[in-house]
Design a protein around this ligand. Sequence first.
Ligand SMILES: C[S@@+](CC[C@H](N)C(=O)[O-])C[C@H]1O[C@@H](n2cnc3c(N)ncnc32)[C@H](O)[C@@H]1O
Length: 276
Amino acid sequence: MIPKEVFKFFADLIYDRSGMVYLEKDYYRLESRIKDMVKLFEVEDTQALYWLFKEKITPDMEAVLNNISTNNETFFFRDIKPFKTLTNFVIPELEKVYPNDPLKIWSCACSSGQEPYSILMSIDSDLPPKNFQLTSVDASDISKKILEKAKSGIYNGLDVQRGLPIDLLMKYFTQLETGDWQIAKKIMNKVLFSEFNLLTGNYPANKYHIIFCRNVLIYQDVKNKSDVINHIYSALKPGGYMFLGNGESLISIESDFKRVTFEGMTIYQKEKKATL
Ligand SMILES: C[S@@+](CC[C@H](N)C(=O)[O-])C[C@H]1O[C@@H](n2cnc3c(N)ncnc32)[C@H](O)[C@@H]1O
């Protein structure tokens, strides 16, 4: 049985570092994560782990905390609609405003990479070759461990059965001797992965045409959510678009984003340049 003050200590620490909220009713979800850390740090029990973290948190300990406290659920072409909206509406709209510009996209909570790779497979499959040539994707996450998987571009049989159409599996993946599947270099080489904490990172200004920020803000409180949304707004170019997750919205968030609906899918647009 883990003492309540140990749960509270780790819940507060996680909130402090990643903004993820674990309320008292959610403590049961922390139980196995705390026990995993007991094994990993080879301490006697959860109380000893508490004292270890209370004394000093090294960067390695922080990385472990980020790795174990995050929910990395993701899959290829998650919810499908965003990827259709991207190629059928958003990119053609942006091309009118930024013709021949290199297209900069950011997947800012990319987990194991399925999201940025799905973005690039969509652009390569559905748009003329010029669009793919002009696109580059930055992809980031708070968890070092999940980024290692993303960078490897290697997925097991279960991963490739989730959301990935068979023709795209055949077109973009090679099966390795282990039975796993590796995504084509053509796609991989277009993604630059890096570690980035949405709460504490230094956001670039006016850099991206499109930002995917999906299924990460659901774990944040209103204050953090609001800060992240407003940073994303600044990181977009004028007229740029933000995608949120299915079921996520800007309700109760104050921002300058304009809601745009395309075939039933809501996306969010930064104010256009005065001349547009
Ligand atoms: C549920 S996954 C969503 C992945 C992908 N965007 C999707 O929709 O399928 C959420 C990701 O957000 C990351 N994350 C959580 N808190 C974060 C933070 N403060 N900064 C950056 N990434 C964070 C987690 O590590 C996890 O990989």
